[in-house]
Design a protein. Structure first.
Length: 95
């Protein structure tokens, strides 16, 4: 037990409106999502910018969204773009 060294290259980003959260020039793996909702919220994650390929869609109610993505997370080849609706903010972690 003990003696091991752990390191992480996790980064985080926060947006209050639709935004390019990780530049399209970077590859990324989405590892967690947190969002607050007023009533019904949605987040559409795309690779390749706002008109890029939809990779994941999340719908949630007043309870918001708090999700850890196990394993290696969700892979985005050309950055992470988030189209945000019905929420006051989204925070993601990524590698």
């Amino acid at each position: 037990m003990g003696g091991s060294s752990f390191s992480s290259d996790q980064s985080s980003a926060h947006a209050t409106a639709t935004a390019q959260m990780v530049p399209t020039t970077k590859r990324a793996r989405l590892t967690s999502i947190q969002a607050k909702s007023n009533a019904s919220g949605s987040i559409i994650f795309k690779s390749g910018g706002g008109s890029g390929t939809t990779v994941a869609t999340y719908l949630f109610g007043a309870e918001g969204l708090d999700m850890y993505l196990p394993g290696n997370g969700i892979f985005f080849n050309e950055g992470i773009h988030a189209t945000i609706a019905g929420t006051t903010g989204v925070t993601i972690t990524f590698t």
